[in-house]
Design a protein around this ligand. Structure first.
Ligand SMILES: [Fe+2]
Length: 126
């Protein structure tokens, strides 16, 4: 059974979907089950992937990696999400942009920050 806010990826076409209303026993794409993405926090290359949260006067600023992640044509951060109790704030990025996102919420209200790398998958801050 899918759960709210889970992310799934199709290994054939690369589609990534997020559950906005749970219910389906399984998601299917390209005639096979989609794979649930599990966010990593530690691994080889974590210094370029784990989101770093900085508090600002207007909320938080999220940077991807203590060493800035590449934003190249085939290898880049597709999106950064801030998960709060009753909302998700997602910033969609393109190659050439800086892998950062501003979120107008206090750090205490942010349950989780996660980002999706086109090559290395899903990562979260804790
Ligand atoms: Fe990456």
């Amino acid at each position: 059974m899918t759960q709210l806010r889970e992310l799934y990826r199709c290994e054939i076409c690369g589609n990534v979907v997020e559950i906005a209303h749970q219910g389906a026993p399984a998601l299917v794409c390209c005639e096979q089950p989609m794979i649930k993405l599990e966010a990593k926090t530690e691994d080889e290359g974590q210094e370029k992937h784990v989101p770093i949260i900085e508090e600002t006067d207007n909320g938080i600023n999220v940077k991807v990696g203590s060493i800035e992640h590449p934003m190249e044509e085939k290898h880049y951060i597709k999106f950064i999400e801030c998960l709060l109790k009753d909302k998700i704030m997602r910033v969609e990025l393109k190659p050439g942009q800086t892998p950062e996102a501003k979120c107008c919420a206090s750090k205490e209200d942010v349950l989780e920050v996660r980002e999706f790398c086109t090559i290395h998958g899903l990562w979260k801050n804790k």
